[in-house]
Write a protein that binds this ligand. Structure first.
Ligand code: ZN
Length: 328
């Protein structure tokens, strides 16, 4: 039995701010808890949206947008219910790290979680078993965190259920980020995305920037996107604010480029640049001597640079670049 309990009712009317309280006994607090912020805004009949940020603790557009919505939205504006978790992996968010400092668990590889597991596994399990079943539509915000940087996009996945996939793609288009992606995952096992999709829900994820910070424009994209998606779902009134979005696809594993040595990263193209197969996109210079020829990383295929490694130093195995193709 999962020990997490909400401090506010999930089925109340009006607007309430509280916590998911996760008991966590430790040296500095014998009967202590992890208090994960939670807002529920509900009014009358209608669909339920679950909006989550802080799945990774060093990605900030989602938390910013969800704080703004939790503050601003009033029940009178809502038909149905909005459940907001701005800092899903709260210990990771507080530490400013991708994975939780308590158990070193990457929340987005921990689904469907474990009721008897570590703190991150318990949070994942509660979200999977209690919150997702309440939802009709789920938006989970991501960005690149400290080690990646992305073109700002909302994304859907290819799904076996094509009706469900169409609903996800429509919601991604409604979100209205500058780019919209059909995303291929390197490793989909344990992802929140996969867990939500397997429950048949409409799911939107994002990658809205990175580098372990947010910008004015990436924060604005996140806020506008959530409002648009809630309008699309019929939870907020009005039509989504339509703006031009470039449709992208990641057609195969050859979109990903990985470093094969440690060194100093020398980018040769920036995000959004169009490249052709074989074109050098980065060099990796020796990190311990001068006068040594760099390793050149060449594009595996034609495409547009959708993501790149962010820090100036790379390690062998790091994801250096991700290419996507335009779909017209
Ligand atoms: Zn993330």
């Amino acid at each position: 039995m999962n020990p997490i309990r909400p401090t506010i009712p999930l089925d109340g009317q009006g607007k309430a701010h509280g916590f998911l309280r996760l008991p966590y006994s430790r040296n500095d607090s014998a009967w202590g808890s992890v208090m994960i912020p939670l807002t529920v805004i509900a009014n009358g009949q209608g669909p339920t949206a679950l909006l989550t940020g802080g799945n990774h603790g060093d990605e900030y557009e989602g938390p910013i947008a969800l704080q703004q919505l939790a503050w601003e939205l009033e029940p009178e504006q809502v038909s149905g219910r909005i459940i907001i978790l701005p800092y899903m992996n709260y210990p990771a968010f507080r530490a400013g790290t991708r994975v939780s400092p308590i158990d070193q668990v990457n929340m987005n590889r921990a689904f469907p979680g474990r009721a008897d597991g570590t703190p991150s596994q318990k949070i994942a399990n509660y979200i999977n078993d209690v919150l997702v079943p309440l939802a009709d539509i789920v938006l989970d915000y991501h960005s690149g965190g400290k080690t990646l940087d992305f073109l700002p996009y909302a994304a859907a996945h290819y799904l076996d259920n094509k009706d469900q996939q169409t609903k996800c793609v429509e919601a991604v288009k409604a979100f209205g980020a500058p780019y919209s992606m059909m995303m291929l995952e390197i490793d989909a096992v344990g992802m929140f995305d996969t867990a939500v999709e397997s429950q048949g829900k409409t799911f939107v994820t994002t990658e809205l920037g990175g580098g372990g910070t947010a910008t004015a424009s990436s924060a604005q994209i996140a806020i506008k996107g959530a409002r648009n998606m809630l309008r699309h779902a019929g939870i907020l009134s009005g039509e989504p604010e339509r703006s031009e979005s470039v449709m992208l696809d990641m057609p195969g594993d050859d979109c990903f480029h990985f470093a094969t040595r440690d060194g100093l990263l020398h980018p040769l193209v920036d995000l959004g640049a169009e490249v052709v197969a074989g074109q050098p996109i980065a060099r990796i210079w020796s990190n311990d001597r001068s006068g040594v020829e760099p390793v050149e990383v060449c594009a595996n295929r034609d495409g547009l640079l959708a993501a790149r490694h962010f820090p100036g130093l790379v390690q062998s195995g790091d994801c250096l670049a991700v290419l996507a193709i335009r779909v017209d």
